[in-house]
Design a protein around this ligand. Structure first.
Ligand SMILES: Nc1ncnc2c1ncn2[C@@H]1O[C@H](COP(=O)(O)OP(=O)(O)OP(=O)(O)O)[C@@H](O)[C@H]1O
Ligand SMILES: [Mg+2]
Length: 321
């Protein structure tokens, strides 16, 4: 094999766009090195902790969780094969996460990075999240250095490219996005034992992108579809989010929030779990204003943690109908 012209050398210190992996015992010594059973690999890598967290902390997403388990199984078996000296090419792990905004793609990508790291498929396990603007320059000669800089930061971890289809602009013949795609393709092929690329975005636009970029399509081994959440799942997410923030719904507030969701879903720019979070943030603001208005009242813990129905019903969404 010839030396790849776009080989990206080792690591640079993590920057702001990077999320660090959680500390891992396997960091110092590879505790899966001598493993001969699935149980030994799971114990040595602690990968099940990540899978359990995924199950517990993320509402719904059954098909996504099942696919993640399948991929984890593939990695564990690959590990065992390696331990017995059954050589094989390192598995292709580049993925596509398709789904509407706020369906959990970034969250799951972070977990995927942890799984890959714990099983030793990437050295560092961090996730670098980028969009077209991080990769593509405005002027001739700017794109290659930008893309290579991002790849350098991502080496040893996961490169998450949000709305990846914006890299390809067929309407503009001389678009520099094509240059970024070509560099990515080379690195995805030649350095796949040290970098996993996850492309994310709307399903239909991803499909069109792959049709026009068969080279990219052929390098993506795993396609995961993130479905929209049903109202009861969104309510469940709301309850979990509030509990994490030490708040809860008071009498009638959950029903008000359900009514809110029913209306909000039909409006433009609805973004699933992200919209739930934003709506709860605004409800907390209204709760604070409500409590603030009465400066002589002694506030109990219950007052401070409770979102009342009125805090939800004051939303703009109810006024528009
Ligand atoms: N299944 C879920 N259970 C609980 N919380 C969730 C779930 N899915 C998403 N969230 C929360 O919703 C927010 C948005 O999720 P995330 O950023 O992963 O979605 P996304 O698909 O990447 O969205 P976007 O396309 O807008 O980038 C996060 O705060 C995340 O924790
Ligand atoms: Mg995201």
């Amino acid at each position: 094999m010839t030396t790849p012209s776009y080989a990206i050398p080792g690591s640079t210190p993590p920057s702001a766009a990077v999320s660090a992996p959680s500390p891992n015992p396997a960091d110092e010594v590879d505790k899966t090195a001598g493993a001969r059973s699935v149980g030994e690999v799971l114990e040595g890598s602690q990968v099940e902790t990540v899978l359990h967290e995924l199950d517990r902390n993320l509402v719904g997403l059954a098909p996504v969780k099942a696919r993640i388990r399948d991929i984890a199984a593939l990695l564990v078996i690959d590990k065992l094969r390696g331990n017995l000296g059954l050589s094989s090419q390192s598995p292709s792990l580049h993925m596509c996460f398709s789904g509407n905004p706020g369906t959990g793609k970034t969250t799951v990508a972070n977990r995927m990075a942890q799984i890959l790291f714990r099983l030793g498929f990437v050295r560092k396990g961090h996730l670098v999240s980028v969009t077209r603007d991080d990769l593509v320059g405005q002027y001739i000669g700017h794109t290659a250095p930008k893309t290579k800089e991002v790849l350098k930061r991502a080496m040893g971890g996961v490169l998450f490219i949000d709305e990846a289809y914006y890299l390809y602009r067929p309407e503009n013949e001389r678009d520099y996005g094509q240059e970024a795609i070509e560099i990515l393709l080379q690195v995805m092929e030649n350095q796949r034992d040290d970098l996993v690329v996850i492309l994310a975005g709307y399903q239909d636009r991803m499909d069109t992108f792959f049709q026009s970029n068969p080279g990219m399509s052929s390098r993506i081994a795993h396609h995961l579809d993130f479905p929209d959440y049903a109202v009861d799942e969104l309510l469940h997410i709301a309850g979990m989010t509030l509990a994490q923030q030490n708040y809860h719904f008071g009498p009638g507030a959950q029903e008000a929030f359900e009514a809110y969701l029913g209306l909000r879903i039909q409006q433009p720019h609805f973004a699933n779990a992200r919209s739930v979070r934003n709506a709860l943030d605004r409800a907390r603001l209204r709760q604070a204003s409500r409590l603030f208005a009465d400066r002589d009242r002694i506030l109990t813990a219950d007052d401070l943690v409770t979102l009342e129905a009125s805090d939800i019903l004051a939303s703009r969404v109810f006024k528009q109908t």
